[in-house]
Design a protein around this ligand. Structure first.
Ligand code: ATP
Ligand code: MG
Length: 393
């Protein structure tokens, strides 16, 4: 049986004039991510993307990967055969054998985009339905509410038989929305934020702040594991690991404790922005959610944003922890996020942070530090690594 994947026009979440470039980006992404499954021909024709396996292709895994590719609202697994009635009937009987053995009602829907085919769509549906009825005599046709619908399509290259559409990941193809830098900790929130922005077509660069010896090597490994998971959706991610110890020690020694968190976050933004600009990123992304902790109040966010020239995307801002956790389970980052390693934020956490800091006080508290030098040293000392998407899941 020659099984292929069909991603049809209506199933691609693509828009207007950008359509052609969206499709090309999507095809490029699929070519790269499906390489791990073996050889396949991936091509576009009649507003449909065809994924046609060659020898030894891992089809199940390919379907799983396609379901995690942004830009695809849905797709179909289909059996391909010759454009003859007999071949279509035989293919439908074999391809649907296990499904139809366990159901009572069905119908056939046929579509003929190749008008050379001698039967019209309703005739074709009736002929295929007849063949299925004689092969599976326990079945009844129910055109209103069938348990199973068998779809038959006659297209340019061949005939296709398939079942209901499988839901895709939605969103728009990664790379069509520009680039942005995600500030990634080892927590639950930032990987979810990364995933949400990749869904809007953003190509991610990641920035992680590490404070050895206060934070361990295991925390850095955790971040890489998280990015490998996010990468299943977002593709390869460039990771910058920033040495943050010097900055944290300087703040802790020279600034009032109650402002520590906001000042630290302002430094994170400044360093991230430097890296973002070098990487041609047009925005920053964080996993903040309003009210979750002291640094995530309107006042604290305002103080943080004052040092940012780039827009800051906070896709989780209005979400509850529960909603965030449910996405993190779905994208399989949750179990990694809850590994118990110290993050740089928790190491110096003040006992009584200000929830309503005044910008003026913060700026004054900070002014004892040599900000530019500290930022420059941290940004230029960042270690760079390309994190490839996880290959087995
Ligand atoms: P998360 O679950 O993402 O760690 P959180 O709820 O623990 O978030 P904070 O620790 O206050 O919240 O961090 C808020 C945001 O700041 C994070 O979502 C992330 O974007 C960024 N951030 C925090 N710590 C780091 C870090 N060590 N490196 C990079 N970014 C960080
Ligand atoms: Mg955190």
């Amino acid at each position: 049986m020659n099984e292929i994947i069909l991603i049809k026009n209506g199933e691609m979440a693509l828009k207007g004039l950008n359509r052609a470039s969206f499709e090309d980006t999507l095809i490029r992404t699929l070519r790269k991510s499906l390489r791990v499954c073996g050889q396949a021909v991936i091509r576009k024709a009649q507003s449909t993307i065809y994924i046609e396996p060659q020898e030894n292709f891992d089809f199940e895994r390919a379907c799983e990967l396609v379901s995690k590719t942004f830009g695809i609202a849905g797709f179909s697994r289909a059996a391909m055969c010759e454009k003859s009635l007999q071949s279509i009937q035989e293919t439908a009987c074999v391809y649907f054998e296990s499904v139809l053995s366990g159901t009572k009602t069905f119908k056939v829907e046929a579509k003929r985009s190749d008008k050379q085919f001698p039967l019209k769509s309703p005739e074709l549906a009736a002929e295929v339905g007849g063949a299925l009825l004689s092969r599976f005599p326990h079945l009844k046709v129910d055109v209103k509410q069938p348990e199973v619908t068998v779809y038959v399509e006659i297209r340019d290259f061949g005939a296709y038989v398939h079942g209901a559409q499988i839901k895709g990941a939605g969103g728009i193809p990664v790379g069509t929305g520009g680039r942005a830098a995600i500030l990634i900790s080892g927590g639950i929130d930032s990987p979810v934020a990364a995933w949400m922005m990749a869904k809007r077509g953003i190509q991610l660069t990641a920035v992680h702040f590490a404070s050895p010896p206060y934070t361990s090597q295991l925390a850095e490994l955790k971040v890489k594991d998280l990015l490998r998971k996010v990468g299943v959706y977002a593709g390869t991610i460039a990771l910058f690991t920033v040495p943050f110890t010097e900055i944290q020690e300087a703040i802790s020694e020279q600034c009032p404790e109650e402002f520590f968190t906001v000042i630290m976050r302002r430094f994170m933004m400044r360093v991230s922005q430097k890296i973002a600009k070098k990487r041609d990123c047009g925005a920053l992304i964080t996993g903040e959610s309003l009210g979750q902790v002291a640094s995530q109040t309107i006042g604290a966010i305002r103080c943080t944003d004052q040092v940012c020239e780039l827009p800051v995307f906070r896709p989780l801002i209005g979400m509850d922890k529960e909603e965030i956790v449910s996405i993190s389970r779905k994208i399989d980052t949750f179990d990694i996020s809850i590994r118990p390693y110290e993050d740089c934020c928790t190491v110096f956490t003040p006992r009584h942070p200000r929830t309503r800091p005044h910008l003026h006080d913060i700026e004054q508290a900070e002014s004892v530090l040599n900000i530019e030098e500290l930022v420059e040293r941290a940004a230029s000392g960042a270690a760079f690594e390309l994190i490839e998407q996880e290959e087995s899941f």
